[in-house]
Design a protein around this ligand. Structure first.
Ligand SMILES: C[S@@+](CC[C@H](N)C(=O)[O-])C[C@H]1O[C@@H](n2cnc3c(N)ncnc32)[C@H](O)[C@@H]1O
Length: 277
C-alpha cells in the first residue's frame, strides 16, 4: 500500500512527518503534488480528503497509501462546494470514505498544542491547517529570527482575535503568556474555543470571549478608547451577521476592517491581516 505514495511526495512532507510535534498537516497538495483538485489532510488518527466530485482510482490509491503508512483509522471525504452557505450541516459535513468512522470528535496536535476537531459540524472541522505557521508565530511571539513581537514592552498586553472561530490563534496567544480577546458571532464556536483552552490546561475565565459582530465591537472599543497590543484579522470571504442587513464581503469591506484595527492598535503593536479571497 505505502508504495502508492510517490517518493517525491514523501520527501516533501519529510520535515512534518519526522517532527513528532504535530499530527495534523496537509499530505497531498492538489496540483502542486500532481493531483489537481484533490487534497488530503492528516487530522490525528484520521485523514480528510477534499474534492469536487468523486475521487478517481489514483486518488483512492494515494489515500490508501497514506492511511497504511500513518496507521490511520479511516479517511473522511469532504465534497467541495461552490455554494456551501446554501447547504445544511448534515449535507456539508465530511462522510467516511475509506476505513472506519470513529467518534465524530477527535483531538489533533499541532506544534505541541491540542485542538478538538469535529467531523459532524458542517463544512469546516474546527481548524484551518494553512495557518499553522502564523499560529506558531503567536505561540513563540516571533515573526522570524530578526522580528520578535516584543509584546511585553507594550502597554495593553491584550491581543484581539477577530473572527476567532474555534479560537486556535487565541490558544497560541494564551499559551505564550498573553491575554486573548476572542470575538465571533457564533456562540457555538466560542464554546468550542473554550474547550480548546481547557484541552491545553489554559483557564478560559482569565481570557475574554466576546459574542457579536466584529465591526460593532471594534467601533465600541474605539469609542471607549480601548487599545490592543496585537490584532488578528482573518475573516471569511463573506458572511452575514444575524439581524444585520449587511453582508460582509472581504473584497469590498477589508479597508474598513483594517482602518478600524488601526484605530485600536497601540503604537508599536502588531496586526496580522489575512485574506482568504
Ligand atoms: C473562516 S472562519 C475564520 C477563521 C479563523 N480566524 C481561524 O483562525 O481559523 C469564519 C469565522 O468568522 C465568524 N464571523 C463571520 N462574520 C463575522 C462577523 N461579522 N463578526 C464576527 N464574527 C464573524 C464566523 O462565525 C466564523 O467563526
Amino acid at each position: 500500500m505505502e508504495q502508492n505514495i510517490p517518493s517525491r511526495i514523501i520527501k516533501k512532507r519529510g520535515r512534518l512527518l519526522e517532527s513528532g510535534k504535530s499530527n495534523a498537516y496537509r499530505l497531498v497538495h492538489g496540483a502542486g503534488d500532481g493531483f489537481k483538485g484533490f487534497h488530503l489532510d492528516r487530522l490525528g488518527d484520521y485523514l480528510l480528503a477534499s474534492k469536487e466530485g468523486k475521487p478517481d482510482l489514483a486518488e483512492e490509491e494515494i489515500a490508501r497509501g497514506w492511511m497504511s503508512r500513518l496507521k490511520s483509522r479511516g479517511v473522511y471525504l469532504k465534497q467541495l462546494q461552490k455554494h456551501v452557505r446554501h447547504s445544511n450541516k448534515e449535507c456539508s459535513s465530511p462522510k467516511i470514505w475509506l476505513g472506519n468512522a470513529g467518534q465524530s470528535e477527535t483531538t489533533i496536535v499541532e506544534n505541541g498544542v491540542h485542538y478538538q476537531i469535529r467531523f459532524d459540524e458542517g463544512y469546516s472541522v474546527g481548524i484551518f491547517l494553512d495557518q499553522r505557521e502564523n499560529r506558531q508565530r503567536w505561540l513563540q511571539q516571533k515573526v522570524n529570527s530578526r522580528f520578535t513581537l516584543n509584546i511585553d514592552a507594550l502597554k495593553s498586553g491584550d491581543i484581539l482575535n477577530t473572527f476567532s472561530y474555534t479560537c486556535p490563534f487565541s490558544v497560541c496567544i494564551a499559551k505564550s503568556g498573553l491575554r486573548a480577546v476572542s470575538l465571533d458571532l457564533s456562540r457555538k464556536y466560542l464554546d468550542w474555543g473554550k474547550k480548546n483552552f481547557q484541552l491545553n490546561e489554559l483557564h478560559p475565565e482569565t481570557h475574554d470571549f466576546i459574542y457579536g459582530d466584529v465591526f460593532d465591537w471594534m467601533r465600541r472599543f474605539r469609542n471607549r478608547g480601548r487599545i490592543f497590543s496585537g490584532i488578528i484579522l482573518d475573516p471569511p470571504t463573506f458572511s452575514k451577521a444575524p439581524k444585520s442587513k449587511k453582508m460582509f464581503q472581504a473584497e469590498r469591506d477589508y479597508p474598513d476592517l483594517l482602518n478600524l484595527a488601526l484605530d485600536i492598535i497601540e503604537p508599536g503593536g502588531v496586526i496580522l491581516a489575512c485574506n482568504n479571497t
